[in-house]
Every structure is written in structure tokens, then in C-alpha cells.
Write a protein that binds this ligand. Structure first.
Ligand SMILES: Nc1ncnc2c1ncn2[C@@H]1O[C@H](COP(=O)(O)OP(=O)(O)OP(=O)(O)O)[C@@H](O)[C@H]1O
Ligand SMILES: [Mg+2]
Length: 217
């Protein structure tokens, strides 16, 4: 029985596919991993996977399915549940319908957000849906992860002001604003395989924290 990680954010461009692709690359080194790209036809993760899987040096392989409707998403999850140890789902922005479909079987929902009021407002709505989902699923955990962070006093202040407002748990690890994420994605790679030591180190910490949350080892 696979564990399911759903990566969700109602706001577009917060970093869902970036988190998904880097996670899948890391997980597939250790576990039989599945990827469901439910953000079609954009298909960022599926396209990344297609590039990656043509590169022999980037084995081991992982399972990839795409879903263009809530029904297809349910079928894809059902199929990968018995085949994989862990499945990562890239959800589309602006869709509570898809989120509600995955909440009953998700072990962890990871919600990337940037330090902007727009992302925070979108996360308030997302958290309402999560709280609803928790009423029927005992195993559901949800964690925010700050993405595209720049180090500055203003950012630190923004995070401190926001923490209480969202009534959501945050991962301790944070992802910075780094070109490595953009460059690695376009080449079918993860930042762990890229030449930016800071990006690689921060993602390794994020990955370890995530595995602990999921009790994956
Ligand atoms: N930490 C980061 N540093 C620099 N660029 C980033 C970072 N995270 C994401 N990006 C870039 O921001 C853009 C949006 O990221 P991404 O595609 O992961 O977001 P998304 O939430 O999946 O978007 P959508 O809602 O459109 O699916 C991409 O060009 C990506 O490379
Ligand atoms: Mg995306």
C-alpha cells in the first residue's frame, strides 16, 4: 500500500511542480515511486519526467500517470496504490475539486507558498478544505513549505506575522529563490543533481524532514 503525498496550492506558480519533481527524483533513489500529474494539459511534471526518463544516467525509473479529470485521478491513484511504495501527486491550481478527491487517501499534503499576501490569502482557503478533510481522515497531515524565499529582515517579519494567521503547521526547512530550481527542472533533473551546493543542501534537509513526517524509511 503506497503512501500518498499531494502537493497543493490554489495560487498558481507557488512551486508545486518544483517540489513534486525534486521529490520524485529523490524518492525514486530509495523507493518504488509513482508520479501523478493531475495538472493537464500544462503537464509540467509529466514533461519533466519524459525528459528525465530518456536519460539513462537518471535511473532508477518511476511510474508516471497523468489525469485530466477527477475520475482519471481516482483511477490513477487506485492503480499506483498497490504498485508503489510512495506516490506524489501534482495538483492543479485553483481547483478544490481535485484537492477534495485526494484528501481521503493522502498521508501528507505539502503546500508550497511564497512570502506574498496573495499566496497567504489563497492558503487560507486551502486550509479550510484541509480542515474539512481532516474530519473524515485520521491519517491526513498538512504542512506548509515556504518557497522562493530571499533572506531579508522584511521577509523574516512577513513570515513571523503570517505564522499565526494561517493556523497551519510549517515545515522547518525552507526553499530559497534560486536559479538552480529553474535550470534543473528544464533538464529533467533535481537540484540534488545540479551544481548549486546551497540548493542541493536545502533540498536534502527538506527531503529528510518530509520522510520523517511520513515515517518513510
Ligand atoms: N525556489 C525557487 N527558486 C526559483 N524559481 C523557482 C522556485 N520554485 C519555483 N520556481 C520557478 O517558478 C515557476 C513556477 O514554479 P512551478 O511551476 O513549480 O509552480 P506551480 O505551483 O507548479 O505552478 P502552476 O500553478 O502553474 O502549476 C517555474 O518557472 C519554476 O521554475
Ligand atoms: Mg505546476
Amino acid at each position: 500500500m503506497a503512501k500518498f503525498i499531494s502537493v497543493a496550492q490554489l495560487k498558481g506558480g507557488a512551486g508545486k511542480s518544483t517540489v513534486v519533481t525534486n521529490l520524485v527524483a529523490a524518492l525514486s533513489q530509495e523507493f518504488h515511486t509513482g508520479l501523478i500529474d493531475a495538472d493537464m494539459p500544462q503537464g509540467t511534471s509529466a514533461r519533466w519526467a519524459a525528459i528525465r526518463q530518456t536519460q539513462q544516467s537518471n535511473t532508477p525509473a518511476f511510474e508516471v500517470l497523468t489525469a485530466s479529470s477527477v475520475n482519471e485521478l481516482a483511477l490513477a491513484a487506485e492503480r499506483l496504490e498497490s504498485e508503489c511504495d510512495v506516490v506524489v501527486i501534482d495538483l492543479p491550481p485553483r481547483s478544490l475539486k481535485y484537492l477534495r478527491e485526494v484528501l481521503p487517501y493522502s498521508d501528507l499534503v505539502v503546500m508550497p507558498l511564497t512570502a506574498s499576501a496573495a499566496d497567504v490569502w489563497a492558503t487560507e482557503q486551502l486550509m479550510e478544505a484541509i480542515r474539512e478533510g481532516k474530519r473524515t481522515s485520521k491519517r491526513l497531515k498538512a504542512r506548509l513549505v515556504w518557497n522562493r524565499l530571499r533572506t531579508s529582515k522584511a521577509t523574516e517579519q512577513f513570515l513571523a506575522d503570517t505564522a499565526g494567521l494561517l493556523r497551519a503547521k510549517e515545515l522547518e526547512s525552507r526553499l530559497g529563490q534560486r536559479t538552480a530550481y529553474v535550470e534543473a527542472l528544464g533538464r529533467g533533473l533535481s537540484v540534488l543533481e545540479w551544481s548549486d551546493a546551497k540548493a542541493s543542501a536545502e533540498f536534502a534537509i527538506f527531503y529528510q524532514e518530509l520522510k520523517q513526517q511520513l515515517k518513510l524509511d
